[in-house]
Design a protein around this ligand. Structure first.
Ligand code: SF4
Length: 455
């Protein structure tokens, strides 16, 4: 069984959680639909965003250099990291230089991707995630299960127990307002004690050298305003050419993510205050390689809204952790094989290829087509399990021969009626483990169609 299948099996063992997780994400998807349908030019916005990103990907080197020059002129320190280790080392050096011991961080999937928290903790540095969902999963010592709603797999009662154990809240109190207030008090102290604040970046503007951070909690701003040093970590694909392009993306991002017209805070950082330091770390970590792959390069258009996860029937019913990757869901399933084809060869198969992900994607990434393409690559690279290769070869032979197909259809219909149950439902029948096979029809569709035409 693949890692995804095993982890999905563990997740769906709790039927109540599975149904509730499915329903919660579908609710977010519905909010996205209502919000998007309120913008008459929605499809035009998607097309424009996709075209802007096409331009960015075709001229990435030029825009990055332009961004670096503009940011340096603003007094910002720019660092380049080829991979996660370099990213962590750069941040480690800044921390050492300032003799810092306490760091606050606002939500950043890039720092998750680079393993920054573990790196800093191993070096004796306290790092506190300040986004509420991120803080909850950090306290549980878990990775996020969703890129926008990192703790969507956790019920409020579980948060109540966690806060009781770690923050001393009232036992049995799972009221969200009460728990949020407790988290706010806990985090307030962390903000004021912090030596350095770290944030992710939603957009970086080549023209101005500024970065833009979208949050609902204002935690990125709180951290950056309170700490004497702030560091912004960005994947190199986050560039937009001009400030005038930003509005296209901010209109799409929050609506696609949660159905809000915009995030509560859309903060622009251009230069440090006179007594402070501002750093930007630009990270590659496999993005150049993805850019070079014609079939997969436009996955770099992703603005991390999470809409493809909320709509995906597999994601909703298997949970984000089943993808065993930093970015889960449909977009994760096309990004991760680029990093390690062997380790993530199961992910492109965790899809029905229904195309709903591509339909909701605000930057029009052809996600389901790339999933299908990755399946072909995985087969060509001999990364498919032998059992799957064998069954696909048999299926190919059957589908290529109408007479064999007709014969096996007849045989299967007769067997399903005649065979005892234990021969139909056993360890070889994965499909039947959780489902009843349908009653076999009296005739095949082909026979029915022929008879109808003869009548
Ligand atoms: S692939 Fe598209 S829908 Fe999915 S997170 Fe990225 S931008 Fe959003």
């Amino acid at each position: 069984m693949s890692i995804h299948a095993q982890k999905a099996k563990d997740f769906i063992a709790n039927e109540e959680r599975t149904n509730w997780h499915d329903g919660a994400l579908w609710h977010v998807r519905n909010k996205r639909d209502i919000s998007a349908s309120g913008v008459p030019e929605w499809e035009a916005l998607r097309n424009t965003a996709s075209q802007i990103k096409d331009n960015v990907l075709s001229n990435l080197d030029t825009y990055l250099i332009q961004f670096e020059a503009a940011a340096k002129a603003n007094g910002v320190h720019i660092h380049w990291a080829a991979n996660g280790n370099e990213h962590n080392a750069i941040i480690g050096d800044i921390i050492d230089k300032h003799n810092a011991r306490k760091i606050v961080k606002s939500k950043s999937m890039l720092t998750e991707e680079c393993g920054l928290n573990h790196f800093l903790e191993d070096n004796g540095i306290e790092i506190i995630d300040t986004d509420l969902g991120e803080r909850i999963i950090q306290m549980r010592n878990e990775p996020p299960s969703h890129i926008v709603l990192p703790a969507i797999h956790i019920k409020k009662e579980e948060v109540g127990e966690l806060f009781h154990a770690q923050l001393g809240t009232e036992k049995g109190n799972a009221d969200p307002t009460y728990l949020t207030k407790a988290a706010r008090t806990h985090l307030q102290n962390k903000f004021f004690e912090a030596d350095i604040a770290i944030t992710g970046v939603n957009f970086a503007i080549a023209e101005t050298g500024g970065v833009v951070i979208c949050t609902n909690e204002g935690n990125a701003d709180m951290g950056c305003h309170a700490a004497p040093v702030h560091i912004h970590c960005m994947g190199m694909e986050k560039i937009l050419p001009k400030l005038e392009h930003l509005g296209v993306f901010t209109r799409l991002l929050a609506r696609s993510a949660t159905g809000q017209p915009s995030t509560i805070y859309t903060s622009h950082y251009h230069k440090p205050e006179s007594s402070k330091e501002m750093h930007i770390v630009i990270v590659d970590n496999g993005r150049s390689e993805q850019l070079a792959k014609e079939d997969f390069r436009n996955s770099l258009k992703c603005i991390r809204c999470g809409a493809c996860m909320n709509t995906c029937p597999i994601y909703r019913r298997s949970g984000g952790h089943s993808y065993h990757a930093t970015i889960p869901g449909p977009i994760g399933a096309i990004l991760q094989p680029n990093r390690d084809l062997k380790a993530y060869s199961d992910l492109p198969f965790a899809s029905t290829l229904c195309g709903s992900c591509s339909d909701v994607c605000p930057v029009k990434i052809n996600i389901h087509e790339q999933l299908y393409k990755w399946r072909q690559e995985i087969y060509k690279n001999n990364e498919l399990p032998k059992s799957k290769v064998t069954s696909l070869k048999i299926a190919t032979k059957v589908f290529k021969s109408p007479s064999t197909y007709d014969f096996l259809g007849k045989f299967a219909r007769a067997s399903m009626k005649a065979l005892p149950r234990f021969m139909m439902y056993n360890k070889f029948n994965d499909w039947g483990k959780h489902r009843e096979l349908p009653q076999p029809p009296k005739q095949s569709f082909k026979e029915w169609y022929k008879n109808k035409n003869n009548e």
